[in-house]
Ligand binder design. Sequence first.
Ligand SMILES: [Zn+2]
Length: 113
Amino acid sequence: MQSLTLTKEQLQKMIAHVDSLSPLEACGLLAGQDSKVEAVLAVTNQAQSPTRYVMDPIEQLNAFEQIESSGLDLIGIFHSHPTGPETVSPTDIAQAAYAVVYVILARVGRRFS
Ligand SMILES: [Zn+2]
């Protein structure tokens, strides 16, 4: 199982982002090197849904370019479950297209998967 190293500031940035959009799901990308996160990039949830997320494709592309021009790699994808559950949903598994670490921020505690 893979894991990521986040600073407290990065975690707070992720939480602030997802909290600001709650009860809708929020999502974003984690850029870094190896397993160490260097940047948190928030991406708009185009689905505007409390139960699923679709990253805005243009923002996602811009974020990928930003990551690449910084010499970093995409190492994680995060999204929130504002109304639960704490666990990965079947949709999450079906949509997990990248070989990166998926992070889910649920309202009751945090689970890193
Ligand atoms: Zn999910």
